[in-house]
Design a protein around this ligand. Structure first.
Ligand code: COA
Length: 335
């Protein structure tokens, strides 16, 4: 077997790479969200000032049998590599995953990074002994954080959403709640980016130590362009305080390549503005606006740490139901 870095601009190679990624993601999880070939190609081919992306593949002769991806943050969390290892379902249990993981570990070391993070999704019933967990633990990775994937069936009755909006309203009288599609006004950008960058630190993350992300107005604009190229539409609802600063946010993403599905991205209320039901307020309003514009969408998917009580309580209140779990594994390397 030969493992090598692949040129993501080579259409045939990237097609094979993506097919393995898709097959691994949906194996034993049919119908779960999955980005399209186009959406993935845009990310793997993008020049992102905040993150370097690398694609690797394992070959037997000409046949691609497994893949790995590495994401190296460049402006924050520079001790870390986020990685993915996927083996084609009909090629498993032959040592391919192990070889790919060893390769990624050595690339992580070579890049001067000390923490490798990777995730796996599987059923609650196999929480303790799923093959993906056994695989990770056999290679010395430890379970660092457990998140739960949840889904909300659409449409949600309009009067129910309005009830949440009305229930939250008296608690946040001093704040404006506003929704923006695909763009954030210049005057809100700095306070909005503070929220986006803070999310990794404020949300529970088990044994993983994050520092705030380093997204800047310039890199944010580049990310927006990438989303546009992917054909994604982003609904962001913000709570804005009396000084005109964004102090809470939530995003829903409509992927062009994943019909019927909507992705919930981050939600954060700044610590000094908690206790005003701003979390429910921004989420309910965002749902209201998104649903009216996209009646074809059938489910929203969200993922939260299982110990994130505040966020989970809001999601349960809105009717999100558990689907499966997302386990995050960590390997600490000696430098
Ligand atoms: C996890 C994954 C990469 C393993 O790939 P693989 O090529 O089958 O792995 P290997 O053949 O190298 O297996 C190595 C060890 O993992 C464990 N393992 C892997 N599959 C297993 C299974 N079905 N049952 C029990 N143990 C299993 C075993 O300890 C195995 O060693 P052994 O065969 O000597 O008993 C593959 O199942 C996959 O693509 N999963 C989806 C993506 C994913 O979750 N990746 C990240 C996991 S951290």
């Amino acid at each position: 077997m030969d493992i090598r870095r692949i040129d993501v601009h080579d259409d045939a190679l990237f097609e094979a790479f993506f097919e393995i990624m898709r097959a691994a993601e949906l194996f034993e999880r049919p119908g779960m969200p999955m980005w399209s070939h186009h959406e993935a190609a845009v990310i793997f081919r993008a020049e992102d000032p905040d993150e370097e992306t690398r694609a690797y593949a394992a070959f037997e002769g000409e046949l691609m049998v497994g893949i790995a991806a590495m994401f190296l943050p460049l402006n924050d969390n520079t001790d870390k590599v986020y990685a993915e290892v996927d083996v084609a379902p009909d090629q498993r249990r032959r040592g391919i995953g192990s070889a790919l993981l060893r390769h990624i570990v050595s690339e992580t070391r070579a890049a001067g990074r000390s923490t490798l993070l990777t995730e796996a999704k599987y059923a609650f019933s196999r929480r303790e002994d799923h093959p993906y967990r056994r695989f990770a633990e056999k290679h010395g990775l430890t379970l660092a954080s457990v998140e739960i994937n949840r889904a909300l069936a659409l449409p949600v009755a309009d009067d129910l959403i309005q009830r949440w909006v009305d229930e939250a309203a008296p608690h946040h009288a001093g704040y404006r709640i506003e929704t923006f599609v695909d763009d954030i006004p210049e005057e809100l950008l700095e306070s909005y980016l503070y929220l986006l960058n803070q999310l990794a630190v404020d949300a529970p993350s088990g044994d993983i130590d994050y520092e705030p992300e380093g997204q800047t107005p310039e890199s944010f604009r580049i990310h927006q362009q990438t989303l546009k190229e992917q054909g994604r539409t982003v609904y962001a609802t913000l709570a804005i305080d009396e000084d005109g600063a964004a102090v809470a946010h939530t995003e829903l993403v409509i992927p062009s390549g994943d019909p019927g599905n909507v992705y919930q991205w981050g939600t954060l209320v700044r610590q000094d503005h908690r206790g005003h039901r701003l979390g429910l307020a921004v989420k309910a309003r965002n749902l209201q606006v998104m649903q009216a514009a996209h009646p074809d969408r059938r489910r929203i998917f969200t993922c939260n740490s299982e110990v994130n009580d505040a966020m989970v309580a809001i999601n349960e209140r809105m009717g999100f139901e558990p689907i499966d779990l997302l386990a995050e594994f960590q390997l600490k390397l000696d430098r």
